[in-house]
Design a protein around this ligand. Structure first.
Ligand code: M6R
Length: 628
C-alpha cells in the first residue's frame, strides 16, 4: 500500500506572514494572519525575535485561540516576526503540529506552506543523526536542516535556506527567522505563493497581498525557486544557486477597505453585494468607444487566435462551472468546440491539446495546484495558454502566455461568489474577442452582446434589492435533508454551482442536475417534500427550453417535490407549476447565469446561518487549494 510504514504526513496549505521593520512585529503579523485566515484555520502560530531570543506561540484551532493564548502568555516587544495559519489534509491539527517549527538547538523557526515530498527520507536521515522530532509534520524537517546548514553557510541564513532548498522536493513556501540574525527574515518559494510587500523602513512577506495592504501597496512577485532575504531596509532576491535576480514589481490596485467587511457581518454577504461593481470593473476598459473588444492587455496574439481549432477550459469548483457557462457562449459565438475539463482530471487522461488549442485556465486565486498542474501539462503539449484570474502576481497568470484579470477585488469568504460572475464576464469577453478576430459574428451582433453585458451590473443590483423572499425560504427549508437543483443549457452549470454553495456552507446533501437527465436515474431521489430548485429559462428566447423545463417540473412535482422556481419577471405561467417563485430580472439567455446564481448564493448563505454554521470559513475547506 502506498505510504505504508510512513509517518503520517501533514500537508499544509496555509497563510504565511513575515515582517521586519520598526513597528511591533506581533501586531502586524497577527493582523496579517487575520486577513489570511481564509487560507486555512486549523491552527495558527507566531514567532518573534527579542533580545537574541526566539519566542514561539502556537495553538490548534482558529486564530482566535492563538490570540487568547497571546493574551494569557504575552510575547515581548519585537520588530521581527513571522506567523502562520494552517490547513491540513492529513492528521489532526494539534498544538505540536502547528507552525512555526523550531530547530532542536532553538536557533531557527520555520513556517511552511506546501509539501516536502522527500520529507520521509530527510526525517530518517535526521533521526539517524540523533535529532529528535517533536511533530508529525514535514515542516519540522526543514527547521532542523536549516539549523544544520547555518554553520556551513557562515551563519548566513539566506545561504542556509538555499542549501536546504536544494535538498527539498515538492512544493513549498518557507519563511524562517534566526535568533542570531534578529533583523532578518528569509523566505523561499517553489510552486507555492509568496509575495513581498515593500514599505519604507519596513518590509513584508505573505502568501497574499491582503496581509500587508494596510501598510503598503507596492509589492514584488517572486519567481520559481527563489530565495528572498529581507531586512527593514533591503530586499535581496536570489535563485537557489545564489545568483541575484530581479523581481517584478506590481502595485496593488485595491485598498484596505476592500479586504475588510465594510459594515457587513460576513465577508460572503459583502462579496455578494459587491457583485454589480465587480462585474462593471471587469468590463471597464475592455470595450472601445466604437464597440469593439480590446484585450491588448492580455497580449493575445491575433494570428494565434485565428489559427486555433479548439478551446479547452481547465478549472476547479466554481471556476469550472463558470467555464461551463462560458462554453455555451463561446461555441455559439465562435463555432469553435469548447471542452471544459476539471483541472484535477486533465493531465491524467492524456488530453488532446497542442499548438492549435487555446487552453484557458480559470482561477480566482491563481494558485490552485490542480489548475496549475493542468496548465503546465497543456504548455508542455505546445498549447497556447490564457489565464483568467483575480489575483495579480499569482502563479497561474505568471506561467500563462496571456492573462485577462478579473477585477472582483479580494474574495475572502471561502465560498466563491463575485469570482463566479467575473469569471463568466472575462470568459465571455474572450469569446467575443475570438469572434471579432475570427469574423464569426457581425459587428452589430457583438455590439448587442456588449450592451447586454453592460446592462448586467444594474440587473444584478435588482436581484440584490429583493433578497428577503429567498432568505425566508432558506430558513423555512433549513431542516431539509437534501436539496436538488435543476437547470438546462446555461442553467445547468448554475444548478451545479447552487448545489456546491449549499454543500459547502450548509453541509447539506445537494446536487445539481441537467433537468433532462433526471429521468435517467436521479428522479428516484424525489420523495414527498424534497425541495427542488429549478432555474427556469426565459420563455422569450428559446421557448423550447422553457417548455421542456416545465415538463421536468411536472415530473418531479408529480412525485412529491416541493418546487422552487428561479424565474424571470413576466414569466407568469411558471407560478402554476411551482410552490415558490423567486424572481430575477428578464435578461437574454446567455446572461441569465449572472442573475440566476445570486439568489442561490443568498439561499446557501442564509441556510448556513439558520443552521448556525460559520459562513466565511466552512469546515474542512480553505480558500486557496495549493495541493493536488
Ligand atoms: O482559486 P480558484 O478559482 O482556482 O479555486 C477553485 C475552487 O477551489 C473554488 O472555485 C471553489 O470551488 C470555491 N471556492 C467554492 O465556492
Amino acid at each position: 500500500m502506498a505510504g505504508e510504514g510512513r509517518p503520517r504526513t501533514l500537508f499544509p496549505m496555509c497563510g504565511i506572514v513575515g515582517y521586519v521593520g520598526q513597528k511591533q512585529a506581533l501586531e502586524i503579523v497577527v493582523a496579517g494572519l487575520r486577513r489570511l485566515e481564509y487560507r486555512g484555520y486549523d491552527s495558527a502560530g507566531v514567532a518573534v525575535i527579542s533580545d537574541g531570543e526566539l519566542i514561539v506561540r502556537k495553538k490548534a484551532g482558529k486564530l482566535a485561540n492563538l490570540e487568547t493564548l497571546l493574551g494569557s502568555d504575552p510575547m515581548p516587544d519585537s520588530t521581527t516576526g513571522i506567523g502562520h495559519t494552517r490547513w491540513a489534509t492529513h492528521g489532526g491539527p494539534t498544538d505540536s503540529n502547528a507552525h512555526p517549527h523550531v530547530s532542536e538547538n532553538g536557533q531557527v523557526a520555520v513556517i511552511h506552506n506546501g509539501i516536502i515530498e522527500n520529507f520521509s527520507e530527510l526525517r530518517d536521515e535526521l533521526t539517524s543523526a540523533g535529532v529528535t522530532l517533536t511533530s508529525e509534520t514535514d515542516t519540522e524537517v526543514v527547521a532542523h536542516l536549516l539549523a544544520a546548514a547555518l554553520p556551513e553557510s557562515d551563519g548566513d541564513l539566506a545561504e542556509a535556506m538555499r542549501r536546504t532548498c536544494r535538498r527539498l522536493e515538492g512544493a513549498f513556501t518557507l519563511v524562517a527567522v534566526d535568533r542570531r540574525n534578529p533583523d532578518l527574515v528569509v523566505a523561499a518559494r517553489r510552486n507555492s505563493p509568496l509575495v513581498v510587500g515593500v514599505g519604507v523602513g519596513e518590509n513584508f512577506l505573505a502568501s497574499d497581498v491582503a496581509a500587508f495592504v494596510d501598510h503598503t501597496r507596492d509589492a514584488l512577485e517572486l519567481g520559481q525557486d527563489q530565495v528572498v532575504a529581507m531586512t527593514a531596509a533591503s530586499v535581496v532576491i536570489t535563485d537557489f544557486a545564489g545568483e541575484v535576480v530581479e523581481a517584478t514589481p506590481f502595485h496593488v490596485d485595491w485598498d484596505t477597505a476592500a479586504a475588510e467587511k465594510g459594515g457587513y457581518d460576513l465577508f460572503m454577504l459583502k462579496e455578494i453585494a459587491e457583485q454589480p461593481k465587480a462585474v462593471a470593473d471587469s468590463l471597464r476598459g475592455r470595450i472601445s468607444k466604437d464597440h469593439r473588444i480590446q484585450l491588448d492587455e492580455t497580449h493575445l496574439d491575433e494570428g494565434i487566435l485565428r489559427s486555433i481549432n479548439k478551446v479547452v477550459v481547465i478549472a476547479c469548483g466554481t471556476a469550472a462551472y463558470a467555464g461551463m457557462v462560458a462554453k455555451y457562449a463561446i461555441e455559439h459565438w465562435t463555432r469553435l468546440p469548447v471542452e471544459v475539463e476539471l483541472a484535477s482530471e486533465f493531465r491524467y487522461r492524456d488530453p488532446i491539446v497542442g499548438p492549435d488549442s487555446l487552453v484557458i485556465a480559470i482561477s480566482q486565486s491563481g494558485e490552485t495546484m490542480d489548475t496549475l498542474m493542468a496548465l503546465r501539462h497543456a504548455k508542455s503539449q505546445g498549447a497556447r495558454t490564457l489565464a483568467i484570474c483575480n489575483t495579480v502576481g499569482s502563479t497561474i497568470p505568471r506561467e500563462s502566455d496571456a492573462v485577462l484579470y478579473t477585477y472582483a477585488g479580494p474574495e475572502i469568504a471561502v465560498a466563491s461568489t463575485k469570482a463566479f460572475l467575473t469569471q463568466i464576464i472575462a470568459a465571455y469577453l474572450v469569446g467575443l474577442y475570438l469572434a471579432q478576430v475570427r469574423g464569426t459574428m457581425f459587428e452589430d451582433e457583438i455590439r448587442a452582446v456588449l450592451q447586454d453585458l453592460n446592462d448586467m451590473p444594474s440587473k444584478v443590483d435588482l436581484v440584490l434589492d429583493t433578497t428577503e423572499p429567498v432568505r425566508e425560504l432558506a430558513r423555512e427549508l433549513s431542516g431539509s435533508a437534501s436539496v436538488l437543483f435543476l437547470g438546462r443549457h446555461v442553467g445547468y452549470p448554475v444548478a451545479l454551482e447552487g448545489a456546491l454553495k449549499l454543500k459547502e456552507l450548509a453541509y447539506m446533501h445537494a446536487e445539481g442536475f441537467a433537468a433532462g437527465e433526471l429521468k435517467h436515474g436521479p428522479i428516484a431521489l424525489i420523495e414527498e417534500g424534497v425541495p427542488v430548485v429549478v432555474i427556469v429559462p426565459s420563455p422569450r428566447g428559446r421557448a423550447v427550453l422553457h417548455d421542456k423545463i416545465v415538463s421536468n417540473i411536472q415530473e418531479v412535482r408529480a412525485r412529491g417535490a416541493l418546487v422552487v422556481a428561479i424565474a424571470e419577471e413576466g414569466d407568469e405561467m411558471i407560478a402554476n407549476y411551482a410552490d415558490h417563485v423567486i424572481r430575477i430580472p428578464a435578461v437574454p439567455t446567455l446572461m441569465q447565469p449572472l442573475v440566476a446564481i445570486v439568489p442561490l448564493q443568498i439561499f446557501a448563505c442564509e441556510m448556513a446561518l439558520a443552521k448556525g454554521h460559520d459562513v466565511d470559513q466552512p469546515r474542512n475547506l480553505a480558500k486557496s487549494v495549493t495541493v493536488e
